[in-house]
Write a protein that binds this ligand. Structure first.
Ligand SMILES: [Zn+2]
Length: 239
């Protein structure tokens, strides 16, 4: 796995105000948490899309995509949301065990309920706790307002910049989903081998007539008549 925070060939702009996108479906999932929790804050995380080599995948616009959001165990009030450290560690352990590398976990979000979406001092303090080299953070509220920022950590110094989160209506099957399906099909799905000659069903096997004693009965009349000269009669040549 490559270490983020160093320039990557396939990820220009990761260090400087990257474009970040999310499908409408993922945004709706995030907002469902925000609304379903009632008059309380809630904190969650999300995965960015990776290449098969576990580097950050970028679309044609050079944008990072956040593909999924989720929550873990936490203690919340109307004005705070504290993630349970043990729950986060357990989640990361099972995530890595399940084949999703740490590189994917680059998104943290929380709701300010009815208050404005802005980055408080508590919020930057929690960003400073992030163990990785970079992080995308979102603060939102029940109105769906957004404050989004991108932070990098180099030598213990955090550098943050406000960015946009583009919500995209995905109307076709994304190419990475198709590629993933093709890869899984190639690995898991097969067809029966063709048998040559094909085994015929009993009903297709011709019944050979026998008499009561089992002796083969030859039915001459059903045989093709081979005695006839198959050549056509000669057509006389007319001068
Ligand atoms: Zn906050």
């Amino acid at each position: 796995m490559r270490v983020p925070g160093t320039p990557q060939q396939n990820s220009p702009g990761v260090l400087k105000a990257p474009r970040v996108k999310m499908s409408e479906a993922t945004w709706h999932k995030l907002m469902a948490y925000v609304i379903a929790v009632g008059p309380l804050e809630i904190n969650g995380f999300g995965y960015v899309r990776l290449t098969p080599e576990d580097t950050v995948w970028l679309d044609r616009d050079g944008a990072i995509w956040i593909d999924d959001v989720f929550i873990i165990g936490q203690l919340v009030t109307a004005a705070s949301a504290n993630t349970d450290k043990a729950a986060l560690d357990a989640h990361i352990a099972s995530m890595v065990q399940g084949g999703t590398p740490m590189e994917a976990l680059r998104f943290q979000w929380h709701s300010h309920v009815d208050a404005d979406a802005y980055c408080s001092g508590t919020d930057t303090d929690s960003i400073d706790q992030w163990p990785g080299h970079w992080l995308i953070s979102l603060v939102t509220n029940k109105r769906g307002e957004r404050y989004v920022r991108f932070d990098t950590f180099t030598g213990g110094v955090r550098v943050g910049v406000e960015i946009e989160l583009e919500i995209v209506a995905v109307t076709a099957i994304p190419s990475y989903v198709m590629d993933g399906a093709r890869e899984e099909i190639a690995a898991l799905v097969r067809q029966p081998q063709r048998r040559r000659p094909l085994r015929r069903r009993a009903s297709e096997i011709p019944v050979v007539p026998t008499d009561a004693s089992g002796i083969l009965v030859t039915d001459v009349s059903s045989r093709p008549i081979l005695a006839t000269d198959p050549r056509p009669a000669e057509v006389p040549y007319e001068e």
